[in-house]
Design a binder for this molecule. Structure first.
Ligand code: 6PG
Length: 470
């Protein structure tokens, strides 16, 4: 018999949705799912077991009627027009005060538009980034909600219960008004792109120049994961090297085509950073590398058209040591760029973000979880006004100590013809960020020379223009 007061509703019973709703039910809440696909509905009913605890229907009205008021309805459907379509279909059945939570990777301006639209109708709308993939949704994701603070109180107990826990603390927190949640998730994904690119570059170097086998790579990444590089991405990287190929034998990683796809969140992070005027070159190049990877046919032709250097001999032990330090260095630089973007976006969009809280809820559950985030949390707790943690006294020695390895590795890889674009960009960003003088005085002179664009001076106030000698 159908319960009439299920605590939580979920639309979209794909893998993420099904896992999330089962997680809600595991945590003592009753939950009701909805999907137009009858098979998905049945799959959930079977997996859920007790329908008084978790049930589902392909019928929209039955779904809406099953939920306790104010209804709390989470959407886990693909970002874009589908979200608008689902909202429109639910709207006539909802009551004032009901809450819709978009748990997908929606573009933040879409969230702002939807929130304003639904506010007129008395419906609260939340954009909540959910990270951790299918397993995270089932066992505990990191959740990044933004929207009306009062409405958040209604969903807070569910989110806190289902989220990942770091030392007992839930990896979810109210982040700010409007699209703050989706924005933070977008930047999370930008950082994710950067870290993945960096890891793959180090893999390339160790394989091409160091000649490491998959077993050796597995051992090395596993060891690294016991130290300061401890993170979800390093952990799964270690495991990937061990995975056998069930189709053709050997290791699966060697059979995977080197063309990476993307759904857009990394690109959005870069595009928006450009709009804000915040440099995030480690993330930008990670997006570009996915694009270069897609040019497989041209890359194959070009690889035949040019001679390339062969890697110079290097002691494997030294290469491994340098790689660990350089990866640590560039991970820090990548997080620093993402956090800087968040600091600026907070002002620009009125999110009033607390960067310490964001780092804190990323410590478990999400794709970029890493031991490093504990230190990042502390750095922002120690100085609430901190924009870029490269200026944090706690980070200066860590970066100072690891920069030399990044330099040696970039120089070695350049001579050896192994591309380390995100690592080089991280180092270049660091060198530029720590330069009290950059050669942009010359750019200002050039601009004024050809376009009378004016310049400022180092020795006096004001705006100047010069009639340059021909
Ligand atoms: C997460 C991930 C996830 C994202 C995938 C795929 O935090 O769980 O960020 O939300 O969809 O990582 O992203 P791309 O297809 O763009 O690589």
């Amino acid at each position: 018999m159908q319960h009439t007061t299920y605590d939580f509703g979920l639309v979209g019973l794909g893998v993420m949705g099904r896992n999330f709703i089962l997680n809600v039910a595991d945590n003592g809440f009753t939950a009701f799912g909805h999907d137009l696909d009858e098979e998905k509905v049945q799959a959930l009913r079977e997996e859920g077991g007790d329908t008084a605890r978790v049930d589902a229907s392909a019928d929209r009205k039955a779904f809406i009627n099953a939920l306790a008021r104010p209804r709390k309805i989470m959407l886990l459907v693909p970002a874009g027009k589908i979200v608008d379509g689902v909202i429109e279909s639910l709207l006539p059945l909802l009551d004032k005060g009901d809450i819709i939570i978009d748990g997908g990777n929606s573009f933040f301006t879409d969230t702002d538009r939807r929130e304003a639209y639904l506010q007129e109708k008395g419906i609260h709308f939340f954009g909540a980034g959910v990270s951790g993939g299918a397993k995270g949704a089932r066992k505990g994701p990191s959740i990044m909600p933004g929207g009306s603070k009062a409405a958040y109180k209604e969903v807070q107990p569910v989110f806190e219960a289902v989220s990942a826990k770091f030392k007992g603390e839930p990896c979810v927190a109210y982040l700010g008004p409007k699209s703050a949640g989706n924005y933070v998730k977008m930047v999370h994904n930008g950082i994710e792109y950067g870290l993945m690119q960096l890891t793959s570059e180090i893999y390339d170097l160790l394989k091409r120049a160091g000649g490491l086998s998959n077993d050796q790579l597995h051992g090395l990444f596993s060891r690294w994961n016991q130290g300061r590089l401890q993170s979800f991405l390093v952990e799964i990287t270690a495991r990937i090297f061990k995975q056998d190929d069930p189709l053709a034998g050997g290791r699966l990683v060697d059979k995977i085509l080197d063309k990476a796809r993307q759904k857009g969140t990394g690109k959005w992070t870069s595009q928006n950073a450009m709009d804000l005027g915040i440099p995030i070159p480690s993330i930008d190049i990670a997006v570009s590398m996915r694009e270069i990877s897609a040019l497989k046919e041209q890359r194959v032709l070009a690889s035949k058209a040019y001679t390339r250097p062969t890697p110079e001999p290097i002691a494997v032990e030294a290469l491994e040591t340098l790689s660990e330090s350089a990866l640590f260095f560039s991970f820090m630089i990548t997080y620093a760029q993402g956090m800087h973007q968040l600091a600026d976006a907070s002002r620009e969009y009125g999110y009033d973000l607390d960067l310490g809280t964001i780092a804190k809820i990323w410590r478990a559950g999400c794709i970029i979880r890493a031991a490093l985030l504990e230190d990042i949390t502390k750095a922002y707790r120690a100085d609430e006004g901190l924009e870029n943690f490269l200026l944090s006294p706690a980070f200066i020695p860590k970066i100072q100590e690891s920069q030399e390895a990044a330099r040696s590795l970039v120089a070695y890889a350049a001579k050896s013809g192994v591309p380390l674009p995100a690592l080089s960009n991280s180092l270049t960003y660091f060198d530029a960020f720590t330069s009290d003088r950059l050669p942009l005085n010359l750019i200002q002179a050039q601009r004024d020379h050809f376009g009378s664009h004016t310049y400022e001076r180092t020795d006096r106030e004001g705006i100047f223009h010069t009639e340059w000698d021909e």
